[in-house]
Design a protein around this ligand. Structure first.
Ligand SMILES: [Zn+2]
Length: 145
């Protein structure tokens, strides 16, 4: 990560955008004193520049820890997602008429149309399953990346 500019640092300790404050003053909000620092400085006085750097460092550490944790959990998550996706695919193969007709014998075509049309609740389930399958495939691709 490149070193943050003073303006970027200032945004970590100022309440509003640093350029909203009078130019040439420290924009850091001091919670204990309940006021803006205001010392002559380009965005931040030395003390608040140090505070802002510490805050940014902590944020970077937190982000790295979060990333490491996600990486450690990735293999288990991949397995769980793949298993769930397999379940959804199996269910779709059983109930999706578009999938069934190509895999089962052609005699089913001779049954009356009314009995071959899926019910409303079946159509709703199919829509949910297709949505879930897409989401799972997307999540699986993300966790495998
Ligand atoms: Zn200051």
């Amino acid at each position: 990560m490149s070193a943050p500019t003073l303006l970027a640092l200032a945004s970590h300790v100022a309440l509003r955008h640093p350029d909203d404050y009078p130019a040439g003053t420290c924009v850091a909000w001091m919670d204990a004193a309940d006021r803006v620092c205001g010392k002559p400085a380009t965005y931040l006085c030395a003390r608040h520049e140090k505070a802002a750097r510490a805050r940014v460092e902590k944020a970077v550490e937190r982000e790295n820890a979060r990333r490491a944790k996600a990486q450690a959990a990735a293999p288990a998550r991949r397995v769980a997602l793949a298993a769930e996706l397999e379940e959804v695919e199996a269910r779709l193969n059983r109930i999706d008429p578009l999938r069934r007709e190509s895999t089962t014998d052609g005699a089913v075509v001779n049954t009356p149309l009314a009995t071959r049309l899926p019910s409303d609740s079946r159509i709703a389930e199919l829509a949910q399953l297709h949505e879930r399958r897409e989401r799972l495939a997307r999540d699986l691709a993300a966790v495998s990346a």
